[in-house]
Ligand binder design. Structure first.
Ligand code: ADP
Ligand code: MG
Length: 728
């Protein structure tokens, strides 16, 4: 009998509910653990406050003297909050966050002790960077890495540690993290969008990209999770026959949240609120034991930090409730996987959402400008945007006939489509007074009204306009949002710069009025970016064919998707927008490829353990049990035993066949892995893992799942889907 599985099931059923009784209003707790403006007013000198605000708004540098003052203020606050340590909190290219804690506590040469924290420690730290992926950057430059304070994301206290959000760069200035390129992209889009927004409102001096992510995840009992070697080591189940019931009854979606999970959510939310993460929505998702959490949107850099912090906090709080959160994009076969929709827009410092239609024709022209430029940007760089969400785990969703396809397209709905159709008919050059009036009254003027009824939504679209924002849906549940946000904001920045140049040329050289020039350029963009617009079923075979005709990329796997990163178009883009140098882009491509290889390699190794140490021994044990029965029958009934043991003999043969198959497949897969490991070229190695190793996984799984069905329940060692997904 499988001790681990049954102990885990027993434990999971005897859990006591950890009841959380929340006291006090959330608005009073919001941001209490954050060094926000309120705390700054209280703890910073006037000069320090002014400098930090300037740094946040315009990126101005903070000199050492002021940094000392800021550090003093932050320290005083942190100590009143009971913090004992501080850390630079950063996002190395591993995809998660990293931290090294140092105590405030220090001993002076005369033996006295005190709490110390100066400007130096606030602004810069040198974690030993040698064990973080650098994609060759460090070898090339013999450089160490250092972290540097990002004043645009406020310091916070978590678990008695003051966390200072930082970027992580090499001494020669190359970004070794995901935050530095994001900050550069956000600054590029700020500059480009501000210049264009000034056409419509001279008072705009800053544009922030906004991000509202929606985090999907699974929660299962901790003991059940740890009973499965595949979940522990890969985050997903590599084998497992589906339970008789899955999500077909739609009885989980938006249903009553199970009370154990609800208590976990309550505690999690209170923790988030204290950390300034504005969590707002919680609900059951489609698959059993799948849930979603969404906050109010924020400035993109802050939103990215908050999502990363959230994933950390979720892990910790879940553990307290004896639960385990699965962030993997596809932890279970046969039911939905998890994503992280990225809702994105641009907001001015005058309080306007640039993707929200307004009350006047001029405001709507502004809306159309940003709306159409975004469409054009995605059309030009669709393949690059796809590459930003590529990973071994997300491959199980994209291109696998589940929540958005790997083909990028944009859904804008029928009403906005007809607005664009009308704009396509705008005359070339100067517009007649009649045409202008017609545009104002009947096309541009009508947008807010039509959007109000524009309720049609297309869940299969990877990039959908949803009323006042675009929603990028292919982002994986585990993905660091800074990757897609870096690409999206960079391509929109580039597009807006090109747009402004073209409009200004028409104004200066062709003597067109500003609105005429804008209409003229938008008309051309509508014409040239048509192929990216698609309102139909993104999962259908017909769309795949049609997309091919339109020359849209359809990169179903990570090694394919990553190729475009180092294309001339991509390198030129990142360089011209000052987001990443060629060295930085190549390093990221290398790191992503390596990560892909390692993930598939680990899964391959886990298969070996599962097959040889768990599945085959269980099958043999049951075979032996059956053999004993058959031999017993033969002993007692002589030649008559055959008809009496017919069922047993059939099962015995089936088991034997699956054992043989699973062994052969596993051994061939192992050899394929060895062959792949011998390849020196990273891209070739990644393709070998993708095309020659990974396909065996499904085949091995097939035989394992057949064995699971044949073998006596008591003997099956791996916790079953029914137990993992339906224990509440
Ligand atoms: P759903 O997509 O689940 O139907 P909504 O469309 O209401 O839900 O909103 C989804 C998310 O969009 C929310 O998390 C919200 O914060 C975010 N959001 C709303 N407006 C914006 C915006 N202007 N910029 C970025 N995100 C936004
Ligand atoms: Mg959504």
């Amino acid at each position: 009998m499988s001790i681990v599985r049954f102990n885990a099931v027993r434990e999971s059923l005897s859990r006591e509910n950890f009841v959380i009784n929340e006291k006090g209003s959330r608005s009073k707790k919001f941001g209490n653990h954050v060094f926000n403006e309120e705390r700054m007013l209280q703890f910073l000198t006037k000069d320090a406050l002014a400098t930090v605000k300037d740094a946040i708004f315009s990126g101005a540098k903070i000199d050492r003297k002021i940094a000392d003052q800021v550090a003093e203020g932050i320290k005083s606050w942190a100590i009143t909050m009971g913090a004992t340590h501080y850390t630079h909190w950063f996002q190395p290219l591993t995809g998660t966050t990293a931290e090294k804690h140092d105590a405030f506590f220090d001993v002076l040469s005369d033996g006295r002790a005190l709490e110390k924290f100066g400007g130096g420690q606030l602004v810069q730290q040198e974690p030993d960077a040698s064990s973080f992926p650098s994609g060759g950057i460090r070898n090339t430059f013999e450089a160490r890495g250092y972290t540097a304070w990002d004043p645009t994301s406020a310091a916070f206290i978590y678990d008695k540690t003051l966390c200072i959000p930082t970027i992580f760069v090499s001494y020669t200035g190359e970004a070794l993290d995901n935050k530095a390129p994001l900050l550069r992209a956000l600054s590029a889009v700020d500059e480009a969008a501000t210049a264009v927004a000034k056409y419509f409102d001279k008072n705009v001096t800053k544009v922030n990209a906004t991000l509202g992510w929606e985090q999907e995840y699974f929660v299962i009992d901790k003991s059940l999770a740890y009973s499965r070697p595949d979940i522990v080591l890969t985050g997903r189940t590599l084998v497992g026959h589906h339970a008789a019931k899955g999500q077909q009854l739609d009885d989980h979606y938006f249903g009553v949240i199970p009370s154990r999970v609800l208590n976990f959510m309550k505690e999690l939310e209170v923790e988030c609120i204290k950390l300034g993460i504005p969590v707002k929505t919680r609900h059951n998702e489609v698959a059993p034991n799948q849930f979603e959490l969404a906050p109010v949107f924020e400035e993109a850099n802050l939103a990215v930090d908050h999502n990363l912090l959230l994933m950390d906090v979720m892990d910790k709080i879940a553990d307290k409730h004896n639960l385990k959160v699965l962030f993997h994009e596809k932890p279970f076969a046969h039911i939905n996987g998890s994503g992280k929709h990225n809702n994105w827009s641009l907001a001015t410092d005058t309080g306007t959402n640039l993707l929200s239609p307004g009350s006047t024709p001029m405001k709507n022209l502004q809306f159309l400008t940003f709306f159409i430029n975004t469409i054009k940007a995605v059309d030009t760089y669709e393949e690059l945007l796809r590459s930003s969400i590529a990973s071994a785990s997300n491959d199980h969703r994209l291109g696998a006939n589940e929540a958005p396809p790997a083909i990028f397209s944009i859904f804008i709905g029928t009403q906005l489509s007809s607005v664009l159709d009308e704009l396509e008919g705008v005359s070339k050059g100067k517009l007649s007074p009649e045409e202008k009036t017609e545009l104002k009254l009947n096309v541009v003027g009508k947008i807010p009204e039509i959007l109000l009824d524009n309720t049609d939504r297309n869940r299969t679209s990877p990039f959908a306009f949803t009323g006042n924002k675009f929603e990028m849906r292919g982002v994986g549940s585990k993905t660091n949002c800074s990757k897609p946000m870096t690409v999206l904001n960079t391509i929109v920045a580039k597009q807006l710069i090109d747009f402004k140049k073209e409009v200004d040329e028409l104004i200066d050289d062709k003597n067109l009025k500003k609105d005429e020039a804008v209409f003229n350029i938008l008309r051309e963009y509508i014409k040239t970016s048509k192929r990216i617009r698609f309102d139909g079923d993104g999962y259908s075979k017909e769309w795949e064919k049609e997309a091919k005709k339109r020359k849209l990329s359809n990169n179903k796997t990570t090694p394919e998707a990553l190729k475009v990163l180092t294309s001339k178009q991509s390198l030129d883009l990142f360089k011209s927008m000052n987001v990443m140098s060629e060295v930085e882009v190549s390093a990221r491509q290398e790191i992503e490829l390596e990560s892909y290889i390692m993930h598939v390699q680990i899964e391959g190794r886990v298969f070996n353990e599962l097959v040889y140490s768990h599945i085959v021994p269980a099958a043999l044990a049951y075979q032996n049990k059956l053999l004993k029965t058959v031999l017993g029958l033969k002993e007692i009934y002589g030649n008559n035993y055959k008809s009496m043991a017919a069922a047993q003999l059939t099962i015995l043969e089936q088991i034997a066949e699956h054992i043989n198959e699973i062994k052969t497949k596993t051994d061939t897969m192992t050899q394929a892995r060895r062959d792949a490991n011998n390849l020196k070229d990273l891209s070739k190695k990644a393709f070998a893992y993708c095309d020659s190793v990974k396909p065996f996984f499904d085949e091995i799984r097939y035989h394992s799942d057949k064995l699971e069905q044949l073998i006596e329940n008591e003997l099956w060692p791996l916790t079953k889907y029914r137990e993992l997904l339906f224990t509440k």
